[in-house]
Design a protein. Structure first.
Length: 444
């Protein structure tokens, strides 16, 4: 019997744990789920005879010892900052490990120890990062192997609502960590366009978007992610003319979101006063000039040069930003207060479905002809629990775990899934679970 340990029983672990338990009998696996909340771990096990729930605290030395209790594989779904503590133990004791989080320099430094002890750690094995790496590298390697010259690569991913008859003008609700959505894009943005390095400051980010058409799914808009340049080496793209990574939303989202950015409502660096008695309307007014004769709606429209009947103002009204409803917090930064207000309208309902959309564009020269390949994927969730987000984050980890436990994939050292020996078997396995990419070719 092979033992696998999943650390973290949150929503993003649901698909992963379900997959492992469903395949445990036929593969003779024992699946242990550890979480600080043991009851949550028990819920995920759901009475399976092949599962076991335990309380796990990575900062408890006795609990750390559980990692060395004969596990063939450890999958960490805990907060990203905790992975290093798990990785050090796995590296020392030669235990294979998987995570969906971004690779850090500190964890990368453990590569030789993992390799020396005959084990491997694959990070960034989720959706984004994860499926984006693997699906992009499959096409990039194919173009290179054919001897063609790559000219441009663009890639976008979005977690959205599935198409419905709902009257939500944003066509968006939270399908992952709301805090990350509110703080999205802060910091710096860097990319390459037509051979030039380009930079976008945060206050201009949501005004610099492009419209993307995805066959079968319609039109979307994309805004740039923080640092596209770190993929020059990861994807072996040195010398490419255009490299751009971004996030997808429905058309019109970014202009409306920019209202919050320009107001300062996404700032997370200081706390507001008298939050306990603050209403939605007062929250917006706190960023506007004093004028006892003008309404808050009029002041906002004038401040940002918006028409009172504009789409942006309608979206604000739909969210209840001009209502006299109490915020419902005792204290908070502007970003925390905005997040709390948005949750009231943007929390996905039990019967609502989310959708993940991913789109890549590759440009290359075949002899003198400029050609283009577009590759795209869309996955819909079933409901608010069995979401597309959970599926597309959990299944890459799940099928990777299956391949490792079956001896069909044996990574040594620390990696992200950009090598063919990893991405091909994982992508092939994902196709049987509905995570598939379609391609169309365009000749200029």
């Amino acid at each position: 019997m092979k033992k696998v340990l999943v650390l973290g029983a949150g929503r993003s672990s649901s698909t992963l744990i379900g997959f492992l338990l469903n395949h445990a009998e036929e593969n003779d696996w024992h699946v242990v789920v550890g979480d600080l909340d043991e009851n949550l771990a028990k819920e995920k096990i759901n009475g399976s005879s092949r599962g076991e729930a335990v309380r796990f605290d990575i900062f408890n030395e006795a609990h750390q010892q559980k990692l060395t209790d004969g596990f063939e594989l450890v999958i960490s779904m805990m907060p990203a900052s905790f992975h290093i503590h798990v990785a050090k133990i796995c590296a020392k004791h030669g235990i294979n490990m998987l995570t969906a989080s971004y690779l850090t320099d500190e964890i990368k430094s453990l590569s030789s120890e993992f390799e020396k002890n005959g084990a491997g750690l694959i990070m960034e094995m989720g959706l984004d990062p994860g499926v984006d790496h693997m699906s992009a590298m499959k096409v990039l390697d194919r173009i290179r192997e054919a001897g063609h010259e790559l000219r441009a690569f663009e890639t976008f991913t979005g977690g959205l609502l599935a198409p419905s008859d709902d009257d939500n003008p944003w066509e968006y609700k939270f399908t992952w960590n709301p805090r990350n959505v509110v703080l999205a894009g802060q910091g710096f943005v860097k990319f390459i366009q037509e051979g030039r390095y380009k930079y976008i400051p945060y206050q201009k980010l949501f005004r610099r978007t492009e419209v993307i058409h995805i066959p079968e799914y319609g039109y979307f808009e994309g805004y740039a992610n923080r640092d596209s340049l770190k993929y020059l080496d990861a994807y072996k793209l040195r010398g490419i003319k255009t490299l751009y990574r971004g996030t997808l939303r429905r058309v019109g989202y970014s202009k409306a979101w920019d209202v919050f950015v320009q107001l300062g409502a996404t700032d997370d660096t200081y706390e507001l006063h008298d939050v306990s008695t603050m209403t939605h309307r007062q929250f917006i007014n706190s960023f506007l000039s004093y004028n006892p004769d003008d309404s808050i709606e009029l002041k906002l429209a004038h401040y940002l040069n918006l028409d009172l009947e504009s789409d942006e103002m309608f979206k604000m009204k739909w969210l209840g930003l001009f209502d006299d409803e109490l915020v419902g917090l005792e204290k908070g930064t502007p970003a925390q207060i905005l997040e709390h207000i948005l949750k009231k309208k943007w929390t996905i309902e039990p019967d609502e479905k989310d959708m993940i959309v991913m789109w890549h564009k590759f440009e290359y020269y075949q002899d003198a002809a400029l050609k283009q390949i577009q590759s795209y994927m869309a996955v819909e969730g079933e409901d608010s629990i069995n979401t597309a987000m959970s599926k597309t984050v959990g299944l890459p980890l799940a099928v990777s775990a299956q391949l490792i436990l079956q001896g069909k994939m044996s990574p040594k050292g620390v990696h992200i899934p950009t090598e063919k020996s990893v991405y091909m078997p994982v992508l092939n396995a994902l196709e049987s679970h509905g995570i598939t990419f379609k391609e169309c070719e365009i000749t200029s």
